[in-house]
Unconditional design. Structure first.
Lengths: 137, 484
């Protein structure tokens, strides 16, 4: 799993790694879902499109993961598979594949209140991209 | 984030340290910690955060930290900062994502021995009546726009009007269960959608519903005035504004980041994003925050109703026999418009309490009549295995900390470490051996919330009392805990 958990006293964070900017967002979707529930148990039976925007990579990431959080809270759906159909410097459009949470198959590990701006950082060195994200839990 | 440089602190007395005003700080920082609590935070970013808050325009007296201080987003958790309403700023970071996260205490006429034989059934019934955990829908109908207009304006009053409580409850809630000035139209559709089916739910993480007994009384007359007696069964509810509040904070952080830049407010940390209280952005944030706070009040009222239902169902007693009455309900993530004395003058201030509880003194008109002689009850929850405390506010707190006190214990251990430390342990059995029944939606949450993950709240309230901010009245110990 190309992410690691950050050891944060009060909340929870992740560091996501990828080989491209587009891929970073896709891996972040997996990591987000995996923090909540084992992403491997989520089947790609439902499909949605989401749009996100932000002036910086960090704002774009916050906006994108906030869309996933919104779907989880309002529809009880988790989408670990994100395919970025379009991405510019300040926006993205992603096709999401996932499913409604079924408590018989999905053990919910953690609740996320918000994607914070706290230590939110996206960096890259050639083809190694990294995102540092803290969730308020 | 870079590690903080060593901050120069001076010890004022056994219970307080000062961070003297330097550089861009407009006031000193004052943190209420004794030597032992100071050791926990000496290398914590929270002292830098106290310094940073002290740079904000219009801040009055001092940038303060309560004994349970630890680092948060921008403002420290356990932070208190008051701003002149004419010249000062308001900041979502000074309130927190969970707007009006708070605590309600119910007292009953039951004693521990009457409830113990029914504890497992009672805990199960509470678990059914009060959904907890992630992604759980509430037991009440989904909220429509008409519901929201009234609920977000009047908070707990709306819930009582639905038949979910008594007028007597309202008399025992901070601000009567309604923050004035709320504007439902300033809460976005996204926030409303998140909260739509969450009314009556606890949420997850460190939120809980707990049955406890009064294990020790420290001030007999005060406990009597509050209605507490030894071995009495009480119930504590700890939760906030759920997704509606979290989203409201998120919505306004984005606005405030831009506003701070436009108003030329220099921010040592972008998470201190803020706007002048009198600006459009400041006003709309306050109106939305107040609305979200009212959602939390309504939520704790709705949960109270279902707690009463669960008790009646299992114990087969009438409401008057149970007498499950609200002792008090406090906010610990909020910004309030209050009148305080600063340099001998009465001033209207916007007091931010983020992980801090109001602790108003005897005689204050905002303290319910029933408590006006003794001071406002201050409810301080501990971890799920040890104890919680009831205190009352003092005149000294009103003079020194804008009538503020701590809010809880604060974590010692990360969630990851806590979960790792419980591998191979049968947690639910361990709690049962201690006489505590645990009902939880997620084993993982219980693992993350084990007592060892938290500081001892007794150390925190000891300093609160020693510093004169509040007086300890009673200790409560858990016998059943419901968690998400």
């Amino acid at each position: 799993m190309p992410y690691t958990l950050i050891d944060h006293t009060a909340d929870m964070g992740i560091v996501v790694h990828a080989t491209s900017r587009k891929h970073l967002f896709e891996e972040a979707a997996v990591a987000f879902c995996d923090v909540i529930c084992d992403a491997a148990t989520l089947l790609p039976t439902s499909q949605r499109m989401v749009h996100a925007s932000g002036k910086t990579n960090e704002e774009l990431m916050q906006s994108f993961l906030s869309e996933l959080l919104f779907l989880f809270e309002t529809e009880h759906e988790l989408y670990p598979h994100a395919i970025l159909r379009k991405i510019t410097e300040t926006s993205l459009e992603a096709e999401l594949l996932g499913e409604k949470v079924d408590v018989k198959r999905h053990e919910i590990k953690t609740g996320i209140k918000a994607i914070t701006y706290h230590q939110l950082a996206i960096s890259h060195d050639h083809d190694t991209w990294k995102a540092h994200i803290i969730f308020d839990v | 984030m870079t590690l903080q440089e060593k901050i120069h602190v001076e010890r004022i007395d056994k219970n307080r340290i000062r961070i003297p005003k330097t550089g861009k700080m407009r006031v000193d920082g004052i943190v209420y910690v004794d030597e032992s609590l100071y050791k926990n935070i000496a290398d914590d970013m929270c002292l830098t955060q106290v310094q940073n808050v002290a740079t904000l325009p219009g801040i009055q007296k001092a940038s303060m930290g309560m004994p349970d201080i630890h680092w948060g987003y921008g403002f420290p958790i356990g932070g208190v900062a008051a701003f002149d309403i004419e010249t000062g700023v308001i900041s979502p970071g000074g309130v927190g994502y969970d707007i009006n996260c708070g605590v309600r205490l119910l007292r009953s006429d039951l004693e521990r021995d009457e409830v113990t034989p029914h504890l497992k059934k009672l805990a199960a019934s509470l678990y059914n009546h009060v959904p907890s955990g992630v992604g759980q829908s509430g037991p009440f109908p989904r909220l429509g726009e008409k519901d929201y207009q009234k609920l977000l304006t009047s908070g707990a009053t709306w819930a009582v009007e639905q038949g979910w409580g008594e007028r007597d409850d309202l008399a025992h809630i901070e601000s009567g269960g309604t923050i004035p000035g709320a504007n439902p139209n300033e809460v976005t559709k996204r926030a409303k959608d998140r909260g739509r089916d969450q009314l009556g739910t606890l949420g997850s993480g460190n939120h809980f519903l707990e049955i406890e007994y009064v294990s020790e009384i420290f001030e007999d007359d005060t406990a009597n005035a509050i209605g507490l007696f030894p071995n009495q069964i009480c119930v504590t509810i700890h939760c906030g504004s759920r997704g509606l509040g979290h989203q409201t904070c998120d919505d306004h952080i984005a606005i405030m980041k831009e506003a701070a830049r436009r108003y030329g407010i220099a921010l040592p940390d972008p998470q201190l994003c803020c706007a002048p209280i009198t600006s459009e952005e400041g006003k709309t944030y306050f109106q939305a925050m107040a609305a979200a706070a009212n959602f939390a009040f309504a939520n704790r009222q709705a949960i109270t109703h279902n707690v009463r239902q669960a008790f009646a169902e299992i114990l087969h007693k009438s409401p008057s026999e149970l007498s499950l009455r609200t002792v008090y309900d406090v906010c610990h993530n909020i910004a309030k418009m209050e009148t305080h004395h600063v340099d001998g003058k009465e001033k209207r201030l916007c007091v931010h309490r983020k992980g801090a509880t109001r602790a108003f003194p005897p005689g204050h008109p905002e303290v319910p009549e029933a408590y006006r002689k003794i001071g406002q009850p201050v409810l301080i929850p501990g971890d799920m295995g040890r104890y919680s405390y009831v205190l009352v506010g003092t005149g000294q707190a009103f003079d020194e900390t804008f009538g503020s006190s701590c809010h809880g214990a604060g974590r010692l251990m990360s969630r990851k470490k806590a979960a790792q430390s419980t591998r191979g342990r049968s947690l639910f059995q361990e709690f049962e051996q201690q006489g505590i029944v645990v009902q939880a939606a997620s084993h993982r949450t219980v693992a993350e919330e084990i007592p060892e993950a938290y500081k001892d709240v007794a150390d925190v309230v000891r300093v609160v009392e020693a510093a004169g901010l509040a007086k300890i009245v009673a200790q409560l110990k858990p016998i059943a805990v419901v968690k998400g």
